[in-house]
Ligand binder design. Sequence first.
Ligand code: HEC
Length: 187
Amino acid sequence: MRWLIPAAGLALVGCNVPSEFLQRMEAQAKYEYYETSEFWADGKAMRTPPAGTVPRERAVGNPGLTTGRVNGALVTSIPLELNRQVLEDGQKHYNIVCAQCHGRLGDGNSVVAENMALRLPPSLLQLSDKPDGHFYAAVTEGYGVMPSFAGELNIQERWAVVAYVRALQRARNSQAGGQQPVPQENR
Ligand code: HEC
């Protein structure tokens, strides 16, 4: 098996690789699902996972953290310990992934928004009454015409982005001199 990897590399850089070579790779001896095997004592090609193996989702076992919902209800607080590092992480990822549509301030002013023909990216600042899970679920599952960003951001990064969106909301909705109290739900 080991010689295949360098050989495949050569196949990619070489120009005159005979097509039978790649054909042979495709047609190489291998087991398909549920095939029989004379190699193993139980006669099956597929192996039984070691005793005690559990699905990853069960090991994670924290739907509030991974999905933003518990029993179908959106979680109302970010299930991470919040500190400066998390907020800075959230800021970084927000600016990379979200800002081109929702604007660096979260107010929906962006070049993409100016040129978008479909539904415009909304301001995120007016959504301070929505629970934290709403933002996480929107990023994880997608929301209307907005795609999911679960491929771009891992679980921790998504929650960090939520924390940063909360910071943007809080910054925008408060006023210098403390004339107007920060709305309760803005934390
Ligand atoms: C390609 C542009 C684009 C990017 C990038 C993008 N969004 Fe969106 N977002 C939208 C649009 C457009 C909508 C409205 C979708 C609709 O209503 O059908 C939306 C909706 C949302 C909503 C739901 C708003 C509501 O009314 O409740 C949230 C929350 C949100 N986005 C957060 C984010 C976050 C956080 C990121 C970065 C991880 C992000 N978006 C990245 C375009 C974008």
